[in-house]
Write a protein that binds this ligand. Sequence first.
Ligand code: HEC
Length: 192
Amino acid sequence: MYTQDPLFWRAGAFATTAFMAAVLAMLTVDTLRQISPGGAHVPSYSVINHEITYQYDPALKQYGPKVGGEDLLFGRSYTDEEASALIARGKLVIQSRACIDCHTFFGNGAYYAPDLTRAWMDPKWAIYAGPKRSEKIARFLMNPLRLGARAMPNLGITRDEAEAVVAYLKWMSSIDANGFPDRFGAPVGAEQ
Ligand code: HEC
């Protein structure tokens, strides 16, 4: 019987490993395409020049970010390179202050303070239109005032750092997170 032959099993193991390695490579390439800025689910960095809202999609039966017309951050327009550098800086500020010790990003992190994925569109800030919203959030980061039950500490964030963080928060809010967080900022049942 061929099943008694070790060569049969060895060939099977090699073939399976090779096939799965090819599948893994394809999935990796596809994932990178989906999650890279400018890809299917992550807008390019210059999205910070646009209005971003959270809207209900009846086809998908979930909320998702929607990129609209021009809405300049701090009242100025950023090229793709400038936006990319600013957001990279914002990420470093976020990492250096360990915001994730208190906050979550896409649900990952600590549950002491609010999730920041859609902080840019938090109704607390969304009442401010145009450059005023970025200004309010930047000032809050430099000198946090108490908005809710717990206070955010002053983390010694400079003006430049705050602008970079706000750019990061705005870009992050435009990322399609498959309906997370659910109906952010909208009253329950608002989608009906
Ligand atoms: C020690 C805990 C702690 C750390 C560290 C921290 N925060 Fe906060 N943060 C809070 C708390 C608590 C609140 C809620 C404040 C309130 O409601 O008054 C908050 C609120 C916020 C808000 C407003 C959220 C919203 O939805 O309106 C933003 C934006 C924010 N933090 C950003 C950051 C960033 C960026 C960092 C890192 C640079 C950071 N926080 C680090 C505790 C923290």
